[in-house]
Design a protein around this ligand. Structure first.
Ligand SMILES: NC(=O)N[C@@H](CC(=O)O)C(=O)O
Length: 425
């Protein structure tokens, strides 16, 4: 089908109208449209948003196809309302060469459910010792613009400076996993009252804040673009606020789980709540939410981190950190922000598309715009059943929780990837 007539849809919360998409673009909007050749989507009560863009997804391919593949992760993304995702480099082999990023990019094209934009590693093998071939990855068919050792911090300040200098030539970005490793050795959860009570080694907030403070100074010194992954503390927000006020070229993301869940969850000893950076306190959550509204934090990124059962359903200390996010992110945003559609579109679509340079994405559904959009039922409530998720993994922290909102349809360049809440392929 190359044409869809979406009837009575509320574009970003406005009064209902019709939206006709044809040949990959939004052809027309307005009440009472007719298009006999188009597939009709009855969107009464639904809200249209620009297709969501995730700057931080772990697709696990190559290497851990038992946990996720580019295809299964793409399907989870489409079902979550996404039309583009940036795939993190901590695969096996690591995405630190043109060959691996091109492989991931091609797999994304073959799956055809979302645009998959590979992120390249900053250092060879994520080892933090030598810069990877950033230029070769940038020049490859995958046209990499964001580099990250996510899962590991680029801890060496000289290497971080070199990386920032290197990507400046093509306006690239270094996305930092901010964690001073010497401060988090053996850490199992947020360092605070709960970790003391449970007797688990703590991951102090300052381990994140110290690296962000260092990196905004380095980015300022070099004049390069820095992106801070999964910001999790109130102190980090203050460092970012000051840096932005000085004009440092820094952007920042927060995950849905850091907006909703606290370290108290660790009391269950259920490793589904083990994540990097760890779940923090209610005070941190309040600061992160405020920063998301006032713009100190630019975007919501999922940090979708699928893990196989044997890596998650074991003792807390041995479990891998990370949780699923793609299929629940919009619901958490709706829960946390309310039906603030323009804000949700900005933080989950327009801003991440701008940061990543994904020019086809992040456009409100208006005539001439690429038809990358998603339809949400804001009145729906759904119980999250891990077995029903499209991800190959099951490690959602929202199991059996009732969440607001449901993605009804997603369109990628005018083709439906999701209809009636179900993936098309
Ligand atoms: N966010 C996580 O808890 N996990 C990430 C990597 C990481 O940041 O540790 C993963 O790849 O699983």
């Amino acid at each position: 089908m190359n044409a869809y007539l979406i009837r009575n849809v509320s574009v970003l919360g406005a009064a209902p109208t019709d939206v006709l998409i044809r040949d990959g673009v939004v052809a027309e909007t307005g009440p009472g449209l007719s298009a006999p050749d188009a597939g009709v989507v009855d969107a009464d009560g639904l809200v249209a948003l620009p297709g969501l863009v995730d700057l931080h997804t772990h697709l696990r391919e190559p290497g851990r196809e038992d946990a996720e593949t580019v295809e299964t992760g793409s399907r989870a993304a489409a079902l979550g309302g996404y039309t583009a995702v940036c795939a993190m480099a901590n695969t096996s082999p690591v995405a630190d060469t043109a060959g691996v990023v091109e492989q991931v990019w091609r797999l994304g094209r073959e799956a055809g459910l979302v645009d998959v934009q590979p992120i390249g590693a900053v250092t060879v093998g994520l080892a933090g010792e030598r810069l990877a071939e950033l230029g070769a990855m940038a020049d490859s068919a995958a046209r990499v613009r964001i580099f990250s050792d996510d899962g590991h911090c680029v801890a060496d300040p000289r290497l971080m400076r070199r990386a920032l200098e290197y990507v400046k030539a093509f306006d690239g970005i270094i996305a930092q996993h901010a964690e001073e490793p010497r401060l988090t050795e053996g850490a199992q959860m947020h360092e605070g009252e709960v970790s003391t009570r449970l007797g688990l080694t703590g991951w102090p907030a300052v381990a994140e804040e110290a690296i962000i403070a260092r990196d905004v100074l380095l980015a300022e010194h070099v004049g390069s673009r820095l992106h801070v992954c999964h910001v999790s503390t109130a102190g980090s927000v203050e460092v970012l606020r000051q840096a932005k006020a000085r004009g440092v070229r820094v952007t920042a993301e927060v995950t849905p789980h850091h907006l909703l869940l606290t370290d108290v969850r660790a009391e269950t000893y259920d490793p589904v709540f083990k994540v990097n950076p760890p779940l923090r306190t209610a005070t941190d959550i309040a600061a992160l939410r405020a920063a998301l509204v006032d713009g100190v934090i630019d975007i919501i990124a999922t940090d979708h981190a699928p893990h196989a059962v044997e890596d998650k359903e074991c003792e807390w200390a041995y479990a891998r950190p990370g949780m699923l996010g793609l299929e629940t992110a919009l619901s958490i945003a709706l829960d946390v922000l309310g039906p603030e559609w323009d804000l949700i579109a900005e933080r989950m679509s327009r801003a991440p598309a701008r940061i990543a340079g994904l020019t086809e994405h992040g456009h409100d559904p208006a005539p001439g715009a690429p038809a990358n959009l998603t339809l949400v039922d804001p009145a729906a409530r759904r119980v999250i059943e891990p077995a029903e998720l499209a991800s190959r993994s099951r490690n959602t922290p929202y199991a059996r929780m009732t969440l607001p909102g449901r993605i009804v349809a997603t369109f990628l360049r005018g083709e439906a990837t999701v209809l009636d809440g179900k993936a098309i392929k």
